[in-house]
Design a protein around this ligand. Structure first.
Ligand code: FE2
Ligand code: FE2
Length: 483
């Protein structure tokens, strides 16, 4: 059984696992053969892909963390906001996960954006219980965490779905409304005698960040209830790895990398550490690409999270990356559902790079706003080789595979990983000669100090003035220039 991205599903493939959906819609049972119509439906409903049974990956076994039935019932209980059922489901989750010898949340198939909030809430509950159990918390506490996790986004049902699913950037007002959902969830639970104050506190604090930048209260580290810290971290992880109308999903390994980058800034260190031990970077059934050009499917975990056992497509051979000496210098360079697309992107970049050495200098522009990216690119593309990226994570991946560009132009204010964090992470990874110009919409003392601390060559105000930008870029690139 292996996990095939929805874009790579073909008629005739047989499901290796049931596809779970709300009860009122029809579900696809294990063994069902896919046809064009079914594939279209999966695409339309926002599934990442599906587990397919085939002879090649016969030996891949998925550790079922919790049964499909519990997940289905959980989705229904959350959709109906039925607190009694939610409490029962929570108890089952806790019991099922406590029985596992080795907790590993391997499931990749539980995501669709039609029912996103419900699926998501159940996923968050599974991850939360896995983390809390691995941490050795008392069972009553794990039960409360499970209930809070299932209820954390109930308040989203009070928000206009058009705002929740909006593809474009949210207006300030829309964003403010989204930020009210923890309070809405809290209010929905308030008068319910089955819900403890600790559960309500966890629910209302599930978007608080360690550094005080979260909402609704802006609580700092110690002020945030521990239940909420667990739910917050796994909540972000699940959102990152899901396809949403406005974003493509991250592979687990990249999402985990993001979590590590957010330690003590957004997330509790102990929680993120525990997450790494219960959420595999390369779950069984996932496709991977290796640095020697081979491709394969992960067939099992090993003691090393980043070096699983895989089966190579070309040869059918099994390789344990954690022990096989012939592979000790071989690394996984691509994984997951977007491997096809990203692999193509890398190939294209390689072609482009043929001319790079004698050619124009390379500038990587990172900005979450497509308009702003376009403006920066337009201002510079006549003189430089411009690569545009839309997130800090994309930038980290770029530098990891392609090396440090001549110049990085980095937007500070980005939603997932901001420009400062991205630069900090690059510096932590020992990338020297990092030449960074920040773009910022805010010109205050704080920003300036932060830019300086981050070792920025320069900072430029947005919206950019093309002439000013070209001039400053010239100066930044030519460091010998006396300025
Ligand atoms: Fe939320
Ligand atoms: Fe959430």
């Amino acid at each position: 059984m292996r996990f095939i991205a929805v874009g790579d599903l073909r008629p005739g493939m047989k499901l290796g696992r049931k596809i779970i959906n709300r009860k009122h819609t029809s579900m696809l049972e294990k063994g069902v053969e896919l046809n064009e119509r079914l594939i279209l439906r999966l695409k339309h409903n926002g599934y990442l892909g599906a587990y397919i049974a085939d002879a090649f990956s016969d030996e891949v076994e998925l550790e079922e963390t919790v049964s499909e039935q519990v997940i289905e019932d959980g989705i229904d209980a959350v959709a109906e906001a039925n607190i009694g059922s939610i409490i029962n489901i929570a108890a089952t989750l806790v019991e099922d996960i406590s029985k596992l010898d080795n907790i590993s949340v391997d499931m990749l198939d539980l995501r669709s954006f039609d029912d996103y909030t419900y699926h998501h809430s159940v996923n968050v509950a599974v991850y939360s219980v896995a983390v809390a159990t691995r941490m050795g918390l008392p069972e009553e506490q794990i039960q409360e965490i499970a209930v809070a996790a299932l209820c954390h986004d109930l308040g989203k049902s009070l928000i206009d779905p058009d705002i929740i699913n909006k593809k474009d950037r949210l207006t300030d007002e829309e964003f403010a409304e989204i930020k009210r959902h923890p309070k809405y969830s809290y209010d929905m639970l308030y008068n319910n005698p089955m819900i403890s104050p600790a559960v309500r506190q966890a629910v209302i604090c599930h978007h608080e960040n360690e550094n005080g930048s979260g909402y609704p209260f802006g609580k700092l580290g110690d002020e945030i209830p521990f239940y909420a810290k667990i739910i917050h971290a796994v909540d972000v992880y699940d959102a990152l790895t899901s396809r949403r109308p406005y974003k493509e999903p991250y592979a687990p390994v990249d999402a985990l990398e993001y979590m590590i980058g957010g330690v003590n800034i957004l997330f509790d260190a102990k929680v993120v550490e525990t997450m790494q031990s219960v959420i595999p970077a390369y779950p069984p059934g996932m496709d991977v690409g290796l640095s020697n050009g081979e491709k394969g499917v992960v067939i099992a975990h090993t003691s090393q999270a980043l070096r699983p056992r895989i089966k190579i497509y070309e040869t059918g051979k099994e390789v344990d990356l954690s022990t096989d000496l012939r592979y000790r210098m071989v690394f996984i360079i691509a994984s997951g559902i977007l491997m096809q697309e990203s692999a193509e992107g890398v190939e294209k970049l390689n072609e482009d790079r043929g001319t790079k050495k004698e050619g124009p200098k390379e500038i990587v522009v990172v900005d979450d706003s497509a308009i702003s990216l376009g403006q920066t690119k337009a201002a510079l593309e006549d003189d430089y080789h411009i690569i545009t990226l839309e997130s800090g994570l994309a930038c980290l991946n770029y530098v990891k595979t392609k090396g440090v560009p001549d110049l990085l132009i980095m937007d500070i204010d980005m939603p997932v990983m901001d420009g400062m964090t991205t630069v900090e992470k690059l510096r932590q990874k020992q990338y020297k000669d990092l030449n960074v110009v920040f773009l910022t919409a805010i010109a205050n003392k704080d920003t300036v100090i932060r830019c300086n601390q981050a070792g920025a060559t320069d900072y430029i105000l947005k919206p950019v003035n093309p002439i000013y930008l070209r001039e400053r870029v010239k100066i930044a690139l030519d460091k010998n220039l006396d300025r």
